[in-house]
Each structure stands twice: as structure tokens, then as C-alpha cells.
Design a protein around this ligand. Structure first.
Ligand code: PDD
Length: 285
């Protein structure tokens, strides 16, 4: 089992992987990324991750067609690493040039990737439920683009982690709840599952999509309509979804109890159906 890196066509140990100091990803966060989970060494929905990355590349004007290349990279990293439970981190930057804000045309993108073992979240977090803390959403206006320019997420996530929470509940000036710093957010409000609609205000999470499919399998409807902090305080259930946590129940926000204060039946049902989807598609969970 080896953790490995890929840089512009070459595979190597992670410690040897380097990029130039004038890479625009390093200097400006002029770059996109994805995190793909491996179950039993098999990527889950890598195509979906790469399509999202391609869509982001089209928005920010990266001149490359890297989907096929990165699918191969994910496959090679998965097989050469021999890791079962792992994740592949992918990053594409606009390229290397002397520092100037306006992006020059025709740069050769920098393509890097790493594969690392994944330690699953402790089971007790699912049995007892996680905590979350509210944070004003001060991010940019194209959150559907998975850019590495993540300072607002990092500052909020750091504050939340210091308080022992799993993730933030980002809310906008009108008190509409968007998502977390690293996850999407769902609530059960008046018996109905709700989550923010996709668009420029949130990332269209791969796990979010699979969770909506899981709800369909369970005969439950998801209303993709935004809810406010006031709705959240009266929610019966709340849960985060992402590539790492899958479906994680949240039982307190800002130390206030949500619902019964314990993981609810909807989150539990969706997690089970989500795991079934993963098993069907990868043969593992
Ligand atoms: N982030 N929203 C944000 C802001 C995210 O950063 C992520 C994932 C998600 C969930 O997306 P997905 O279900 O495709 O993982 C939602 C990754 C895991 C990260 O930044 O490490």
C-alpha cells in the first residue's frame, strides 16, 4: 500500500511531487480541484466528479480537455497504490507564468493528483450525531465552480473545528442557509426533506445527488428549495453530505438542539440506501 502522486504525466512518491513557485494555482488559487472516493480501490462516480470539473473549467476558461486523461490517472493511482479505502485528490491549475493578474491565453495547465488512505469518520459520530456552527457565507458568487480559492471556507472550518463541530452551516445576508464549508446540507422540515437548489450559490455535490437518488429509492421526496436559519431551528432533522462523511446526522447547531437531539430516521434511511448505491456501483463499501 503506497500513497502516490501524479504531476503532469509522471507518477512518484508524494514527497517528491513539486510544482514551480510561479504556478498560478500557488499564487492566485487560479485552479480547480476534485476529491474522488475509492471503495475497495474502485472510484465512486469519478465520471460525475470529472464532468463537474470540466464544467468549472469551461466557466473559468481553462483551455484543456482533461476528462479522459484524469480518468486514467484516477485508475492508475488506484491500482498502483493498492489502497482500498482511499481518496484521490485532483487539481488542475491554469499553468505557470510570471505573476500577472490577467490570465494569459494558451498556458499549459498543471495537472496534479494524489492518492491517500482514508480513515473513515468514527462510528460514534453517526450514532450520536455531529455538531455544527453557523457562519456567514462570505464566499464568491460562483460556488458551483470547485475552485481552490477557499479562504472563506478555511477560516470558517477552522473556527468550527476549534469548537468541536464537523462543519459550518453557511447562511447568507437574508438568512438563507446554503451549505457547509466542505459539505451540502439537508433538513427535514415539517416532514419534508429540503436542500438548497443547485445553481451558483452551492456546489452540486456528488453525494448530494446520490442522496437524492437514495431518497427516491426509499420512497421519499426531496424538495430542492432553500430554507432559512429560522426554518433550521424548527427542523426535525439535519444532515451533511459529502464524499468523506456520506450522510452525517447533525444534532446541534450553535449548541442548540435540533429535533430530538439524536440522529433521526430519515438520515439513517438515506445513509443505508446511499451505501447500497455505493455497493452496487463499486462492489464495496
Ligand atoms: N468538498 N460543498 C462544498 C463547499 C464542498 O467543498 C463539498 C466537497 C461539497 C460536497 O461535494 P461532494 O459530495 O461532491 O463531495 C459541498 C470536498 C470533499 C473537499 O473540499 O475536500
Amino acid at each position: 500500500m503506497t500513497e502516490l502522486a501524479y504531476v503532469n504525466g509522471a507518477y512518484m512518491p508524494i514527497e517528491q511531487a513539486m510544482v514551480p513557485v510561479e504556478d498560478r494555482g500557488m499564487q492566485f488559487g487560479d485552479s480547480l480541484y476534485e476529491v474522488v472516493r475509492l471503495y475497495g480501490g474502485v472510484p465512486f462516480r469519478d465520471r460525475g466528479h470529472l464532468e463537474r470539473m470540466q464544467a468549472g473549467a469551461n466557466v473559468v476558461g481553462f483551455e484543456t480537455d482533461f476528462i479522459a486523461q484524469l480518468r486514467e490517472v484516477i485508475g492508475v493511482l488506484a491500482s498502483r497504490s493498492g489502497l482500498d479505502d482511499a481518496f484521490v485528490y485532483l487539481q488542475v491549475t491554469r499553468g505557470v507564468c510570471p505573476r500577472i493578474h490577467a490570465a494569459p491565453d494558451g498556458l499549459e495547465p498543471t495537472v496534479i493528483a494524489t492518492v491517500r488512505a482514508f480513515d473513515r469518520l468514527p462510528g460514534i459520530l453517526y450514532r450520536k450525531g455531529a455538531s455544527a456552527y453557523t457562519e456567514p457565507d462570505i464566499r464568491w458568487g460562483r460556488r458551483d465552480v470547485k475552485a481552490t480559492t477557499l479562504l472563506p471556507n478555511i477560516l470558517a472550518a477552522t473556527r468550527v473545528q476549534k469548537k468541536g463541530g464537523y462543519d459550518a452551516v453557511f447562511f447568507e445576508e437574508d438568512r438563507v442557509v446554503t451549505e457547509g464549508t466542505v459539505s451540502n446540507l439537508f433538513a427535514v422540515i415539517d416532514g419534508e426533506i429540503r436542500t438548497h437548489p443547485v445553481g451558483a450559490k452551492i456546489l452540486a455535490g456528488i453525494t448530494r445527488g446520490a442522496t437524492i437518488e437514495a431518497a427516491g429509492r426509499a420512497g421519499l421526496n426531496v424538495r430542492e428549495e432553500a430554507f432559512t436559519l429560522e426554518d433550521l431551528w424548527h427542523a426535525e432533522e439535519l444532515f451533511f453530505t459529502n464524499t468523506y462523511c456520506e450522510v452525517l446526522p447533525v444534532v446541534t447547531v450553535d449548541e442548540r438542539t435540533i429535533g430530538e437531539g439524536s440522529p433521526g430516521p430519515v438520515a439513517g434511511t438515506l445513509l443505508e440506501h446511499f451505501k447500497n448505491i455505493v455497493r452496487e456501483e463499486t462492489g464495496h463499501h
